[in-house]
Design a protein around this ligand. Sequence first.
Ligand SMILES: Cc1cc2nc3c(=O)[nH]c(=O)nc-3n(C[C@H](O)[C@H](O)[C@H](O)COP(=O)(O)OP(=O)(O)OC[C@H]3O[C@@H](n4cnc5c(N)ncnc54)[C@H](O)[C@@H]3O)c2cc1C
Length: 394
Amino acid sequence: MQLIKNITTYNHAEGLLDKFLADKVKRYGQMRNFDFGNIEKNFVSGLSPAINKRIISEHQIASRLLQNYEYTDVEKFIEQLCWRTYWKGYLEHYSQIWDSYIKDLEALERDADLAAAINAKTGIKCFDHWVEELIETGHLHNHSRMWFASIWVFTLELPWQLGASFFMENLLDADCASNTLSWRWVSGLHTKGKNYLASPSNIKKFTGQRFEPTGQLATKAKPITTDDYTGSYIHSEKINKVKDIQCYMIHENDLSYEQIPNCEFLLIQKYNFGMIERSAIVKKFIDDALKNLQIEIKKRSPAKIVFFTFDERKKLKAFIEKNRISKIYSSYPTVGPIEKELEDLFTVLTVKHEYLLSSWDQLFWPHTSKGYFKLRTKIPAILNTLFTRKELDA
Ligand SMILES: Cc1cc2nc3c(=O)[nH]c(=O)nc-3n(C[C@H](O)[C@H](O)[C@H](O)COP(=O)(O)OP(=O)(O)OC[C@H]3O[C@@H](n4cnc5c(N)ncnc54)[C@H](O)[C@@H]3O)c2cc1C
């Protein structure tokens, strides 16, 4: 069995996708909500850590699906893929949600109830099991994440922000948008007044009878409040390709080989960004993915390569000045700590920079400012724009 923490190259991810397509995709719609406690037994792909770092992109996955299947046969899987795109786009429209979350985290107290929860000592068997599974494997099935977040917020009555932070530290696929906004969705803050309350019978059915926390869970959801946020979208002008690029920077939020242009200089992030709290397995996953990309690039690109860490600002500045680099291009890092760090870095380096946005994000994100179901109606038309018949037949 290929563990998902080892899916650190495009070839690994493609292999996992092919295995999922051969064995599971047909039953995905019917079975995806079951968590039998083992990725091999479950009917989901396990691709999210790789997608999240764009080791394999949404575009590449959709292309492979549409080359091999009719749209209707893989519709449910594509729709789930687009949930990711929806959350990413939504946070781009409402980036203040991220800033408020970080501010709240700084102010919140860490008490004994929190310690019991994150040390698997609540006495709720399923919840304690998921804590251990998450810490050990860096992964939880989507339905278990929903039950976990619901128990955290409504039964244990802990702040959702601390739960989201615990996930961010331990998930291999930790993603600022999907995680923060899913926690808010469970808490009833995304679609106002609509929360997700976990029930013992639902847990029993979808864990294949492994757990049934009868009498242990909240039966009512205490209302939780949030600020109102105003949307604004700043990416309409972004492009996805430039003809002549002198210098391109690769950071951990986009490790897709397909995005890398021909250029004279490549700046490549060396290790995982150290300012983010992450478990050892998450750090190792990112370091391995960066290392494998570095090896691949060295084999294939004639560019002069410089490896950097975010605290090597003097070294970077000297390199930029020596080589008269006037502008650095990079893939858009999306809302979160890497984007903030890059903005700061480019200011210190006093060099111009421009972010490129993938054609997938360019086409989907403008439709992500409202509910997911608005976006869902656009999926077939957007896929038609993205994939010409020729590309699918290739
Ligand atoms: C509280 C909570 C926190 C979450 N935090 C994260 C997170 O930090 N990072 C993350 O990538 N996902 C997060 N999710 C969404 C979802 O749980 C994972 O994307 C999914 O479990 C990944 O497993 P998979 O690759 O086997 O999914 P599959 O079912 O095989 O789906 C294929 C792909 O579609 C996307 N996808 C599927 N379901 C969702 C969903 N509900 N939301 C967003 N994208 C989805 C993912 O990219 C996934 O890899 C969270 C969900 C909840 C309820």
